[in-house]
Design a protein around this ligand. Sequence first.
Ligand code: SOE
Length: 390
Amino acid sequence: MTIQKLDVAVAGYAFMGRVHSAGWAQAAKFFDLGVPVNVTTVVGRNRAAAQEFADRFGIPNVVTDWREAVADPSIDVVDVCTPGDSHVDIAIGALEAGKHVICEKPLANTVEGAERMVAAAEAAKARGVRSMVGFSYRRTPALAYARKLVQDGRIGDVRHIRAVYLQDWIADPEFPLVWRLDKEAAGSGALGDIGAHIIDLAAFVTGHRLTGVSGLTETFVKSRPKLASQTGGLSAQGGTERGEVTVDDAAVFIARTDQGALATFEATRFALGRRNAMRIEVNGSKGSLAFDFERMNELEFYDGANPDVEAGFRRVLVTEPDHPYTGAWWPAGHGLGYEHTFTHEIRDFVVDVLAGRDPEPSFADGLAVQKVLAAVEDSAVNSSRWTPLG
Ligand code: SOE
């Protein structure tokens, strides 16, 4: 049956709900999607807050229970932007009801939850229902271009992957106990929230898979003020009562890959001055690449085949019309931002749904990341013992 339109329910209206909704609105304006796409419903347990968001974004319907959106025959896509503890139920419920699903990362809070999601995605796929996990940074033009350079053989055999994700938004010990610091809601801390991104990106850019890890995790600040109100985002206010932090503040680990490279990873929310420094460097037998999200329009490239007389990396401004995604936007050199990665993610998802193809990264890719997260946690509680991945 030909798809005539895609009506979307976005579950969640905080940071991810907002940036996904903006992505849905922008995608059809800048890319030829082929059918109208519209966010018609927002799901939020706090009706007043969800309504305020819906009014601002011009979304006609608000429901307070995801089951209502899933039961609505007019909805074609469910976009899961809630904390990790509800991903399994919403995604599986939506897939079983025949809705295509995008689910925020990390896919679930446990390997077991992610496995159930993969099983539901496989069953849905047989009925033409598609699913994707939202590792949005894959859609940064400079990173998509980095992957292309690796695929084109410009880096040669990859020897080293060096990936860090550095933030500092909880470095203040008085920053309150938001849901991202609660294991029940978030699964893990810096490891799952931002470490998951660099694990996925290492695989995306190089095509390598991790075969084993040895890790360390730390919680520097063990208790924090409980939230003054329930609506706590990254800029939440704390009250006078304190509660326990149940996740890691930082994680570091080393790994080997299936193609013989050595990899190192670091994820922290305590790197003062680093606001969103997601960096990856790859060194190969023919060249090297380096990227920092705080300079997201640039890629550093060292071409060993044509070394400059002065030596050193060349700065590539990834804004040319023939670079990935950039031709849809502004003239060369005018730069894109964080929200564009979500517009690209939604564009890619819609194109694949309409073509009857499975979008990437799949739930199975999300499960692969989940297994790495679990292996790092396992290693960390066992004196950093080497922990092979299946
Ligand atoms: C908070 O650490 C956060 O919003 C992550 O949850 C996102 O995935 C990342 O894109 C930015 O930082």
